[in-house]
Ligand binder design. Sequence first.
Ligand code: F6P
Length: 348
Amino acid sequence: MKIGVLTGGGDCPGLNPVIRAVVRASLKLGHECIGLRHGWKGAMENITMPLDRDAVSGILPRGGTILGTSRTNPYKVEGGEQKVLETLEANGIEALIPIGGEDTLGVAVKLHKAGVKVVGVPKTIDNDLPGTDFTFGFDTAINVAMESIDRIHTTADSHSRVLVVEVMGRHAGWIAWYAGVAGGGDVILVPEHPFSVEEVCERVKRRHDTGKNFSIVVVSEGAKVATNEERDEDGSYVLSSMKKDAFGHVMLGGVAKVLAEEIEDRLGFETRHTVLGHIQRGGTPTAFDRVLGTRYGVRAAELVHEGRFGRMVALQGNKVVDIDIAQISDKIKELDPDLYKVAEYFAD
Ligand code: F6P
C-alpha cells in the first residue's frame, strides 16, 4: 500500500521521529510512503517528496519537520476537498497518515467521511488534545520554558524585579503549570482560571512583604482577565493583534506586557516581561518526545497495515492505544484541576 504522510499546524519537536518511525515501520510491513509537503497545502497542490529510508536517515534528533507545515484549511478553499482527492489519486496514495492538532486532524475526519482511509497522529506542544494523556513536543516545550525561568530567576533576584514570563498555551495551561511548577514560579496564570490583576498584585505584594526582593509570574498566552468579580465567566483575552489564522483562531500574545505594566504601576516594583514564544517549539526534542513520537509512528503504520482506519493513536497511561479520530473535535483537554490546586500552595 502507498501511504501519504503530512504534518500540519504549528511545528513541534518530535515530528521528525514520528515521520521516521512511520516510514521505517511501513517499509518493514511491506508498504511504501510518500511525503505531502506543507500540510494540507501540499495535499491540495500536489507538492510531494520521496519518503524512503534515505529521506528519514539522521532526522531523529532534528526539531521541526522535514515535510514542512502550514495552517492551510482545504475546507476554506473553493473545491479544496476535491483537490486533495485528486492529489491522492494522481500519486496512487491509498492511505493517509496526517500528523497534527485539532485543526489538521479535523480536516482528516472530514476526509475520512468522504471515503479517504486515514490514521491520525495527535500533535501539539500545548498538550490540550482530548483522548491522549500527553502529546509529543510538550515535554521539550516545558523543559525549554523551565530552563528559561531558571535563568530569569537570577536576573530578577539581582535587580530586585518582578519578571512576567509568557509561555505558549492557547486554550489550556499545561505548559504554564508544568514549567511554572518545575521552575518555581510564584504566580501561575492559566486560561482555565480567569485572573484579576488586583489579586495578582496582592500575591506579589504579600511575597515582597515577607522580605522577598523579586517575584516570577508565569502566564499562558491564552490566560484571560476575569470579566466579573466571581470570575465564573469566560474572561477576555489580552491581545496585541486582531489577526486570525485560516482556522479562525486569534493570534495570541501580549498578556505579559500588559500585566507587567499594571504590576509596576500599581505596586511601584520595577517589573519586566519576557515572551518565550517560538523558542519553546524549536530545536531538538527531548528523549521523552523522541520515544513518544517513535511509538506513535510505529503504531500508526501498524494500524494502516491492519486496515483499521478512522483511528488516532493516543497515549493512555503508559500504553499507546488507538481511539476514534472523531474524538479530536471534542472539547479541549483542560489542565487537571488537581494539578492546579498543587500550584496554589506555593502562591505568595
Ligand atoms: O498550537 C500550538 C501553538 O504553539 C500555540 O501554543 C500558539 O498559540 C500557536 O501555536 C502559535 O502559532 P503560530 O506559530 O502560527 O504563531
